[in-house]
Design a protein around this ligand. Structure first.
Ligand code: UDP
Ligand code: MG
Length: 338
């Protein structure tokens, strides 16, 4: 039986370009993979223009085109999550509707999937994106992400991504609200291949991600993927406390024990400044300790699975029927194919 591929496309106010994207780019590209059964899941993310009517028109003509319409704009991340819930394919590929991510590359993604990769991520081969500020912002974002310990997210990786059914099923179990799809897929940690592509020009319309939205997205990524921001000021506090303690001890020994042989003449104001600095350091450390507790609460509320079993690699597991997941209480298929 033919394997089934789902193509998930989030759309928001794309009336100007959606027709030409589907007719001139996506549908011709899909003709080249006709050995697969293909379904297209278009997620209308609260469009205020004629996008919904246009995509509904396509769905009426073709049963394999499905439309998931959200009641209002929830943002691309949520639209992608909605699409992944409704996609039924053996592999699911997510793709923007503005032509910037070339559908012509889909056969390469499928070839990598057939090789055995469970995740295939499209990575922009160079920063063709918009102007100088987004370019620098993007570089800074990946630099900070690395500093914060997320080494698995490759700079330039995008949501042009193929995921095997096992990955989509795991992804659909995740319940956290502030979600960055690429970070979560990296966290799941399946066997991943990168495919480089040139980020094209928007076919029509304007990008809805302005600098403010991208900034918020970056903040969400840092906060949901790492606890380092919580701890940064703790380290600063530690540095200040140790520094001012050493300075304080030096002051006491120099002034009161040795009788100021260095002739520094540090008066009460200097001593008070050192003492206050020491206290500031302590306050910052105590904040970091509170932050550690918050980070534990944060991890609990994210409610991520404790571990993810690879069906492909595991052998002779006893549990071959559906069992309730001990964490989220929903039923999970745990079976091996070998
Ligand atoms: N999009 C969406 N909801 C939004 C914003 C964007 O579904 O709130 C869709 C949009 O229609 C497009 C894709 O997400 O298909 C990428 O959006 P955009 O081109 O604005 O972002 P960028 O190319 O800057 O990443
Ligand atoms: Mg775009």
């Amino acid at each position: 039986m033919n394997k089934k591929i789902s193509i998930v496309i989030p759309v928001c106010n794309e009336e100007k370009g959606i027709k030409s994207f589907l007719d001139e780019r996506l549908l011709p590209a899909l003709k080249k993979i006709d050995k697969y059964k293909v379904e297209i899941v278009i997620v209308n993310d609260g469009s205020k223009d004629k996008t919904l009517e246009i995509v509904q028109g396509y769905a009426e003509k073709d049963q394999n085109i499905k439309v998931v319409s959200l009641v209002r704009n929830f943002g691309k991340e949520m639209a992608l999550s909605a699409g992944l819930k409704y996609a039924t394919g053996d592999a699911v590929l997510t793709l923007d509707s503005d032509g910037q991510q070339p559908p012509e590359k889909i056969p390469e993604f499928l070839a990598a999937w057939e090789e055995g990769y469970e995740v295939v991520t499209g990575v922009r081969d160079h920063y063709t994106k918009h102007g100088l500020i987004p370019k620098l912002g993007s570089k800074l974002f990946y630099c900070l992400l690395r500093i914060m310990g997320n080494k698995s997210t490759v700079p330039g990786s995008t949501d042009f991504r193929l995921m095997d059914r096992v990955v989509v099923d795991e992804y659909n179990q995740l319940t956290e609200h502030n979600r960055i799809t690429r970070g979560l897929v990296d966290w799941l940690g399946y066997n991943c291949k990168n495919i480089y592509y040139t980020y094209g020009k928007r076919m029509a319309g304007k990008p809805s991600y302005n600098i403010k939205k991208l900034f918020n997205l970056a903040i969400d990524s840092f906060i949901s993927m790492s606890t380092t921001p919580l701890l940064i000021f703790g380290y600063v506090g530690l540095f200040i406390t140790i520094g001012s303690f050493i300075l304080g001890m030096f002051c006491i020994i120099n002034q009161y024990i040795l009788g100021d042989p260095l002739h520094l003449y540090w008066n009460g104001a200097v001593q008070m400044t050192i003492f206050i600095t020491f206290l500031v350091g302590l306050v910052l450390i105590s904040q970091a300790i509170t932050a550690l507790y918050i980070s534990h609460i944060h991890a609990e509320t994210q409610n991520r699975p404790l571990f993810i079993v690879s069906n492909r690699q595991s052998r002779n597991l006893e549990m071959s029927k559906k069992v309730p997941c001990p964490i989220c209480k929903t039923e999970q298929k745990i079976k091996t194919e070998h």
